[in-house]
Structures are given as C-alpha cells and as structure tokens.
Design a protein around this ligand. Structure first.
Ligand code: S3P
Length: 475
C-alpha cells in the first residue's frame, strides 16, 4: 500500500492491477531517474552574427532511424544522427530490447533484432525528457506480447499519454499509469494485436506514429486517418525499410494512411539532414542582429516542417533557400539569413502542425518586430515539454514585452526595437524555452539568463559553442 501511495496511483480505477502487479515490485528502479543539476546560462547583447554552420541532425528522423533499424533484419547505418539526450534515450531503450547499436567513427551501426525477436527489457525504460521516444515506443511495445515499464523526467511525467493509450487499448494493449495516463506507466502488449482504423482526434505525428508502429505487429491493414497533415518521417521511413504503406486522400480531404501488417523490414543506409527546428534558433538570432549573414547547411525543408521559414518571410525576414536537393528521400537546402527589419504578423492555426516546436523562438522575433503579432490556435503548446504558451508569455512580460493570451492565442505587441531584457527565465526542463530566450538576449540591452542551460542537450548539445562561433555571447 505504501508503495502505491509513493507513486500516487489510483488503483481503484485500474482493473488491470492484478495483471500488472509486477509493476509495484520495480519501484526502486522507477525512483532511479536521471539526476539533473541545473546550470544557469546568460546571453548578452551581440553584434552582427556571421558564419556558416551545420545544425545537429533531425530529431524526428533520428528517433525513427534507431527504432526501425532496431526492428529490421540486418544492418542499418546512420550518418548525421542527432546525439542529443532525447535520441540517446531511444538508443538505450532499443538496446534494452535486444538491438545491437554501436558508433563507428561518425556512423551509428544498428544490427536489428527483428520485430518478433524484440525481448522484454530487464528494467524500466527511462525516456528522460523525450515525448517522442515515449509515445512511439508505447506504440511499438503495446503490440508486443510482453510487459514494458516506462518512466521519464519531471517534465515527461506531467505529459498526457492518454492520446496513445486510447488507440493502443483498441488494439488490445492494457495499461497501468498514474492519474490521467501519466508516467510512470506499464503496458502489457497485445498478444494478437488488432489492426484498427483510427481517426486522429488531435493533429499529432507522435500519435499517428504510435498507431503505425503498433500496426507493424498486427495481421491485416492498420489505417490512420489524418484530417490535418503532420510531419511524416514515420511514413517515409517505413516505406524505405520495405513496408507496404499507401497514402490517399479521403472524401473529406483527410489523408488515409494504410499499412500492411507483418512486413519484412530490411536494414538500410540513412543520412539524417539537419533539424529545421534547431536551425530556427540561429535563423531567428541572425534576423534580429543588423548586418548578420549566416548560412545553415544541409537543413531539412520538408513542407510539413518548414512553417517557420514562411512565417519569418511574412514578417519581412531575408531568408533564402540555396542548393535545394533531395537527400535520402528528404528535401534539403542550405539556408542563408541576413539581419532583417521585422514586422508583426498573424499566423493562422492551420500552420501549427508545420511549426509546432518553433512558436517559442518565433515569439522572440515578434517581440522585436514592429507591430502586433497574433499566433492563433496554440492549445497543443500547453502539453509540450512545458506549458510553452504560459512560459513564453510570462518570460516575455518579464523582459518588458506587452503580451496577452486570449484562449489559445498568443498576442505579442512589438515596438520595432528589442525589449529591455534583464530577466532570469524559468525553463521548466524545456530546451526550446531555454534556447528561445537566449536568442532574445542577443538583441536586448540588458542580458537574459535562463535558470537551466543543461536542458539544451536534449536536442542541441553544441548550441552554446555554435552560437558563440557565430558571434553570440553565451556563457
Ligand atoms: C514529433 C512530433 C511533434 C513535435 C515533437 C516531435 C515527432 O509532437 O512537437 O517535438 O517526432 O513525431 P506532436 O506529435 O505531439 O505534435
């Protein structure tokens, strides 16, 4: 009973208590979560930024490369993998499930174990800060006939998992979790997973991917109906590994994604482009500093991810694509940015899926722009690594910006000059909140500090060095 109370579990609601009883016997490892010592980081007013850099590898593609490589037959080699903490959580999980993963020089080599030979992990799978690792692996393991235990850091333990628990339960998985479907969580994978048709109730690539990864283990066709297009690395990579996956337009305009279950997946070579979500930080920083000229090399510009470029261009930013090409089936370009005079802009809700992670940094641009910006329909930002809507608004106010939240909309009144700055921002274990305010601090007369710069290693381990190489003053 004491153990139950430690985890705040409401087991009266849980009829699978008997089945998942072993959950309570592993409470010790559950408590052994990664210790995180925070370290403040300060950003000071910077001159023009100049130089050519390659941002780190795409986080979404990196996760999928490790997961699909891990369940494929044979060898997968990955160049340009993001070696951020989020992806390393996925690497650790796949190793615990039986895949052989090693780094040889710059290349990650994965010797896949095969879907049917994935084995029950001996301990708890610690997803750290990574919602993508968590939701995609719940999908994959929710359709394997063994029990898996998941935990994560304080940020991940607050995030809703109900959105994947719901379709996975329809496929036959059983779950035990904290109140509201929150981590720590145990899943007993379905012995004979059912192929379902699932219409996404929320525009989420993570939910879509969880259902498709579970569908790999099901007999027959798993169908995901996607009314609003979200990023598509899962679909692209499943095809590249040999799965039969089709995408058609339904009568109502929604995408209908059909996956044939039980495919033979075969290892392959993958080259990961740079992540546009990470590139967004030097891009906005360069826009904000007069005389800047920065080139970002090999950046993925998949149209389902590139909303930030279009939004900045609408604000008057000089952002040019050069040398557009295709690498490993993904559109890639070099991006040239110059210091630009920005104006306020209204970003419609329809753009959220193509730049869902870039609103915090775009808000920094809006805070320096001339006129009012309105970002419409940001409800999903409340359930990211932090409540980004609230933290962005609070942090900007502390820096002297006039900001309002109306429902799910963020309204920022820019004056055409950077705000005062001079605040310390609470990052709440959110890497993108930390990097966004550090970018703003490059333009404000008074420095901006973040209470915890270490969280940046989640997605952009060399952020400080790369920005300082361009001329920033971070330290
Ligand atoms: C991701 C999907 C997005 C995004 C996250 C990565 C992915 O989340 O915010 O950083 O790799 O599928 P949602 O699917 O919850 O929108």
């Amino acid at each position: 009973m004491a153990r139950v109370m430690i985890w705040g579990l409401n087991f009266q609601r849980l009829n699978c208590f008997e089945v998942l009883n072993p959950f309570f016997f592993c409470y010790k490892p559950l408590m052994k979560q990664t210790t995180h010592t925070s370290q403040a980081l300060v950003s000071r007013l910077t001159g023009a930024l100049r130089g050519t850099v390659t941002p780190p590898g795409d986080k979404s593609i990196s996760h999928r490369a490790i997961m699909l490589g891990g369940i494929a037959a044979g060898r997968t080699s990955v160049r340009g993998l993001l070696e951020g903490e989020d992806v390393l959580s996925t690497v650790a999980a796949l190793r615990a499930l039986g895949a052989q993963i090693a780094k040889e020089g710059d290349v990650w080599i994965i010797d896949g174990v095969g879907l049917d030979k994935l084995q029950e992990a001996a301990g708890v799978l610690d997803m750290g800060n990574s919602g993508t690792s968590a939701r995609l692996l719940i999908g994959l393991l929710g359709a394997r006939p063994f029990t898996s235990f998941f935990t994560g850091d304080a940020s991940l333990c607050k995030r809703p998992m109900g959105r994947v628990i719901e379709p996975l339960s329809q496929m036959g998985a059983t779950f035990m979790s904290r109140e509201g479907g929150r981590f720590p969580l145990a899943v007993r994978g379905a012995g004979a997973p059912k192929a379902i048709t699932y219409r996404l109730p929320v525009a989420s690539a993570q939910v879509k991917s969880a259902v498709l990864l579970a569908g790999l283990s099901a007999e027959g066709t798993t169908t995901v109906i996607e009314p609003i297009p979200t990023r598509d690395p899962t679909e692209r990579m499943l095809r590249a590994f040999g799965a039969q996956l089709t995408i058609e337009k339904g009568e109502d305009g929604a995408s209908v994604i059909r996956l044939q279950g039980r495919p033979r997946l075969t290892g392959r070579e993958i080259i990961v482009p740079a992540d546009i979500s990470s590139a967004a930080f030097p891009i906005v920083a360069a826009c904000l500093r007069d005389g800047s000229k920065v080139k970002l090399m090999n950046v993925g510009i998949n149209e389902r991810r590139a909303g930030i470029l279009c939004s900045l261009q609408e604000m008057g930013a000089i952002v040019l694509l050069e040398n557009e090409r295709e690498v490993c089936g993904e559109p890639v370009a070099d991006i040239l940015v110059r210091g630009s005079a920005l104006k306020g802009v209204t970003i419609p809700a329809s753009r959220v899926p193509s730049m869902v992670d870039e609103y915090p940094v775009l808000a920094m641009a809006a805070a320096c722009a001339n006129g009012t910006s309105r970002f419409i329909g940001l409800g999903e930002l409340r359930v990211k690594e932090s409540d980004r809507l609230m933290l962005v608004a609070d942090g900007l106010k502390a820096c002297g910006v006039a900001v309002e939240i109306e429902g799910d909309d963020l309204i920022i009144h820019g004056t055409g000059v950077p705000p005062r700055g001079g605040a310390t921002i609470a990052t709440a274990l959110d890497h993108r909140i930390a990097m966004s305010f550090l970018v703003l601090g490059m333009a404000t007369p008074e420095p901006i500090a973040v209470d915890d710069g270490r969280v940046i290693a989640t997605s952009f381990p060399n952020f400080t060095t790369m920005m300082n190489d361009l001329g920033a003053k971070l330290g």
